[in-house]
Design a protein around this ligand. Structure first.
Ligand SMILES: C[S@@+](CC[C@H](N)C(=O)[O-])C[C@H]1O[C@@H](n2cnc3c(N)ncnc32)[C@H](O)[C@@H]1O
Length: 304
């Protein structure tokens, strides 16, 4: 019976309700749309708890404090406050005035600013590291704007500096969840709804997919990990590690030594099939290795 209710809700919210106002409200996309979408979610983003995998990744892969870190899409300061407590010199930026106001009043000693990640008001090479957590980059559309942000972050991070971001992975949705009849039915209904939505409003040729989570349906970038890594590399971001958010034995699954085979291809394939959110830890390549048409030329950068 519960499966029936959950499936009906999925179908209703996925296929009927979209024709109401929430269809566009959930679409994200441009800076204004994103800001107004997140302005209304200040309650959700006002928690301070980090997930285990985030704490682990920050401690393992970011440079040691007191390095200077840019927290992009910091929301109400969840990750920013953690980094400040760890001793980092951290600046939090977000498009949403409401979330930045909330962050500033909760953590008055931290530097928060309303800013668009596609047009960062900082000097070249002015941060040791940057993060864009909780799949924040995925609500940016179209792909060109997303790439511009990746280039802007490259510009403000020093050579050898790190960048952590997480991103949706659509392929995990196609893995049959057949542990029992209930999970099989729910999986089939969800996939059916996603595919129908994609057909009604086709976006899948450019990696934007409808995603159903606790917050309802949202249209988010959900590229394949292999393709993402290749576009990061072309911009000038070298891969340091790719993993999932599932933790086992105190480490993230997908890291070296956590799966039954250790070769890169196997680990990437495993993540692509099993993890809905992929964690990327990248490093800015030396200037000599970065291709000419990066953000260095396209964006002059302004004084902070
Ligand atoms: C999923 S929320 C995550 C919030 C916060 N990082 C956290 O983990 O609690 C994504 C955030 O990214 C912000 N964001 C999206 N695109 C942005 C952009 N182009 N520039 C700055 N912030 C952006 C949104 O306003 C939103 O607050």
């Amino acid at each position: 019976m519960r499966v029936f209710f959950r499936a009906s809700r999925l179908l209703y919210q996925g296929l009927v309700k979209p024709w109401g106002s929430r269809w566009t409200q959930r679409s994200g996309g441009t800076a204004d749309q994103i800001a107004s979408f997140y302005d209304n979610l200040s309650a959700i983003y006002s928690g301070t708890m980090l997930s285990d995998h985030e704490r682990y990744i920050f401690r393992k892969y970011l440079p040691q404090p007191p390095a200077r870190v840019l927290d992009i899409g910091c929301g109400a300061g969840r990750t920013t406050s953690f980094l400040a407590e760890e001793g980092y010199d951290v600046v939090g930026i977000d498009l949403s005035h409401v979330l930045i106001k909330s962050a500033q009043s909760r953590f008055p000693s931290i530097n928060f600013r309303v800013m668009d990640a596609g047009d960062l008001l900082f000097e070249n090479d002015s941060f040791d590291a940057a993060i864009f957590s909780f799949n924040g980059l995925d609500c940016v559309a179209p792909v060109g704007t997303r790439l511009q942000i990746l280039k802007e972050v490259l510009r403000v991070v020093k050579p050898g500096g790190r960048f952590y971001l997480s991103s949706h992975n659509i392929w995990e949705k196609f893995r049959p969840k057949t542990e029992n009849i209930r999970s099989a039915l729910l999986w089939a209904f969800e996939l059916f709804t996603i595919l129908t939505r994609q057909l009604v409003r086709p976006r899948f040729w450019n990696d934007y997919w409808w995603n159903y989570d606790s917050d309802g349906w949202i249209l988010v970038f959900s590229g394949s990990p292999g393709k993402n890594l290749s576009s990061f590399g072309k911009i000038g971001w070298e891969k340091i590690a790719v993993c999932g958010r599932t933790m086992i034995g105190g480490r993230c699954l997908g890291e070296e030594g956590t799966l039954k085979r250790d070769d890169e291809t196997y680990r990437l394939r495993w993540l692509t099939w099993n993890e809905h959110h992929i964690q990327y830890i990248l490093e800015k390549q030396a200037p000599s290795k970065i291709c000419k048409d990066t953000a260095y030329e396209s964006s002059p950068g302004q004084a902070s």
